[in-house]
Design a protein around this ligand. Structure first.
Ligand code: PMP
Length: 333
């Protein structure tokens, strides 16, 4: 019989798949472009990896013990990963998020059994009602509380150094020449990048994909719509020495590629995936058939059906032309 003891044991070991349609414009002599499909993790994103590693380390150090509570200001993929691990290991989970977060995301966290505290967005971070202040206070006042803090926890990049990096190296038989990924906390690019550099003696080129406006590509943190990537500050989980190059991608290009991945490659993925692939193709244009490029796709597209995959939302931002859509009457005529 073949089965896992717990869903936590299913985290990682995600497959690589060749991108053969969106790469067609590269023409003859193009490199092999492979996507690492992280939505196949049980919680649906790459963040399951850091959740397991951060919880393992906190248990080992004694920061998190039996009956403990995980407190983190997150509403996204990291929350899902932590909720899943917490549930399996018998911890309570409290997530603190700003009120701009959609109800669907809150419902996902609650479905896993987590508690969610919603705080006003329109207050200063130093205000006691802000979600930073509230999560600090809950962490202080809840007995047995532990705050993972994905932006400063070294086990975030370490999880990628220990799992994602070695998987990519083994899956490509050490033939990878270029690695492209987006950066939010920077855990993925720092951990995977460092591992691949070490294994290849510095041969593998590491390329960061970044939303236009984010600090990693020289911006000021000006707003952009792609979620989960880019920052307005430099987190300690981001290793500034690892990327050879940063490619800035516009929201429009990111979303157009996200839609193409669903329609042409059968990969229903999130906006940061489209951004990473758009950057990967720009890099691939200058490569040859001897090169092997791996691009990491962090999460799935289900969470973006009301946005990137919604024509009305896309038209509101001018990413697609507004169309009325056909009515049943028109289709019958
Ligand atoms: N894409 C999505 C959708 C994410 O949630 C994240 C995590 N913030 C990333 C990309 C970037 O990963 P990292 O934090 O490891 O840089």
């Amino acid at each position: 019989m073949q089965y896992a003891e717990s869903v936590v044991d299913l985290v990682g070991n995600t497959p690589l798949v060749r991108l053969s349609s969106v790469t067609r414009s590269l023409g003859p002599g193009a490199p092999l472009v492979l996507a690492k499909v992280e939505y196949l993790n049980p919680g649906g994103s790459v963040k399951d990896r850091i959740a397991v590693r951060m919880v393992d380390a906190a248990e080992a150090s004694g920061e998190l013990g039996p009956g403990g509570t995980i407190v983190e200001p997150t509403s996204g993929n990291t929350g899902i990963g932590l909720a899943l691990v917490a549930q399996q290991r018998g911890y309570r989970c409290i997530f603190v998020c700003p009120d701009k977060v959609g109800q669907e995301k809150i419902n996902v966290l609650k479905a896993y059994g987590a508690e969610v505290v919603v705080c006003p967005t329109a207050v200063d971070p130093a205000d006691p009602r802000s979600y930073y202040s509230v999560s600090d206070r809950l962490a202080r006042e809840t007995p047995g509380a532990w705050k993972p803090d994905q932006y400063s926890n070294p086990n975030n990049p370490r999880s990628h150094y220990e799992t994602t990096g070695p998987e990519i190296w083994a899956q490509t038989d050490g033939r990878i020449t270029h690695f492209v990924t987006g950066a939010g906390t920077g855990g993925t690019i720092s951990g995977v990048g460092r591992y691949l550099k070490e294994q290849s003696g510095g041969r593998v080129q590491v390329i960061g994909a970044d939303p236009e406006g984010s600090v990693y590509s020289g911006g000021t943190g000006r707003p952009y719509l792609v979620e989960g990537v880019g920052e307005d500050f430099w987190p300690s989980t981001y290793d500034r020495d690892v990327a050879d190059e940063i490619v800035a991608v516009s929201d429009g290009d990111s979303f157009a590629m996200t839609r193409r991945l669903a329609r042409e490659e059968g990969l229903l993925v999130g906006g940061s995936c489209g951004m990473a692939v758009a950057a990967a193709l720009r890099v691939a244009e200058r490569l040859t058939e001897d090169d092997v490029l791996v691009v990491l796709l962090p999460d799935g597209g289900r969470g973006y059906l009301g946005k990137i995959f919604n024509d009305a939302w896309m038209a509101d931002y001018g990413f697609v032309e507004a169309t009325g859509g056909e009515t049943v009457g028109e289709l019958l005529h």
